[in-house]
Design a protein around this ligand. Structure first.
Ligand SMILES: CC(C)(COP(=O)(O)OP(=O)(O)OC[C@H]1O[C@@H](n2cnc3c(N)ncnc32)[C@H](O)[C@@H]1OP(=O)(O)O)[C@@H](O)C(=O)NCCC(=O)NCCS
Length: 166
């Protein structure tokens, strides 16, 4: 079980007990807009999702807890892809946007894999129109490489994507 403490966050494994807090963003269409999941219609869907989340040494999944009030405000992860790149991603409750939390969490996840695996190759992608996410990725030191495309589960949504690497 990996837990990381940063200046303002604790990155820790998600559990079924997180359902109520997580539903605050999984049930919010503003958060799900560019994510590969669809907005959860009920907390039951969030419980099902939490039941499937597994963190391993090549696919770390975290809940992001704000240290000041111990509230779970987002989630994300960093995982090793078949092509050898580590890909990271995140999503946060709307009322916590614009405070640097995504950048702080992403840098901590990158530091984790660097400390364990050395000079790793990193990548991240976001919808081309998701400017905030592109900012986060660039603030983590990755550079834009090319455009691509990604689809949500069951192909419901397809987005033009910006792909970044380091
Ligand atoms: C994308 C997301 C994680 C960003 O989280 P965050 O905690 O607000 O990110 P940070 O505060 O660390 O950084 C956001 C940066 O984008 C900038 N930004 C935010 N909204 C913006 C907008 N609409 N246009 C341009 N820049 C924007 C912020 O100013 C900040 O940059 P700065 O530090 O240079 O000022 C958050 O908006 C979110 O959860 N969105 C929904 C889920 C999602 O889209 N996840 C990513 C999928 S690839």
């Amino acid at each position: 079980m990996t837990t990381i403490t940063t200046e303002r966050l604790i990155l820790r494994p998600l559990t079924l007990d997180d359902a109520e807090a997580a539903f605050e963003w999984t049930g919010d269409e503003r958060v799900a807009k560019y994510m590969i999941y669809s907005t959860h219609e009920s907390i039951e869907t969030t419980k099902e999702w939490l039941g499937t989340v597994k963190s391993t040494d090549t696919a770390y999944e975290f809940g992001f807890v704000r240290r000041s009030d111990n509230k779970l405000i987002g989630s994300g992860g960093i995982r090793l892809k078949d092509d050898g790149f580590w890909e990271f991603g995140y999503n946060f409750r709307c009322d916590c946007w614009g405070m640097g939390y995504a950048t702080e969490a992403s840098k901590a996840m990158i530091e984790l894999v660097r400390s364990r695996y050395g000079d790793v190759r990193l990548m991240a992608e976001c919808a081309a129109e998701n400017t905030a996410s592109a900012h986060v990725i660039e603030k983590c030191g990755l550079v834009f490489k090319r455009y691509g495309e990604y689809s949500s589960y069951y192909g419901k949504k397809t987005f033009k994507a910006k792909i970044f690497e380091l």
